[in-house]
Design a binder for this molecule. Sequence first.
Ligand code: ZN
Length: 143
Amino acid sequence: MSEQNKTVQSGSAAKTQRTMPDPMTNPETERFYEATAAGKLLVGHCKACGKHHYYPRAICPHCLSDQTEWVQAGGGGSIYSYSVLRRGVPVPYAIAYVKLDEGTTMLTNIVECDLDALSIGQRVKLTFVATPNGTQVPAFTPA
Ligand SMILES: [Zn+2]
C-alpha cells in the first residue's frame, strides 16, 4: 500500500488534519511501527483460541494462552463507536473504536472525512498518518 503521497480530497472532506502526537515506542512496539512504516497493520492472533487481538501482545487477552503470533490485518473494518472532539483543540478530529474485519476492536482516529457524516457501523479502511518524528500511525478513513 503506497498511499503516503495521496492528497487530501476536496469537497466536504476536512482539508485540515490535526497533527498526531508521536506514539510512545519501546522495544515491544518497535516491530509494530516497523510494519506501519511499510504500510502494514499488525494485530495479534491466538493459535489456541483462534481470536485476534489488538494491540499484539505475548499473552492472549481472551484465553491467556502464550500461543500468539503477529499477523497483518486486511485493513477493512467498521465504526463501532466514535467521538468528535471540537472544543479545546486546534483542529476538530474524530476518535473511534473500529471493529476490524478480523473481529478485534482498536481505538484509532478517523481521518480525511466529513466529521458530520460519520456513523456507527460505517465501513472504513486503513490508512496511515505521519507524526512529527515520521512514525506512521494507523488510522482509518471512510471506505
Ligand atoms: Zn486465545
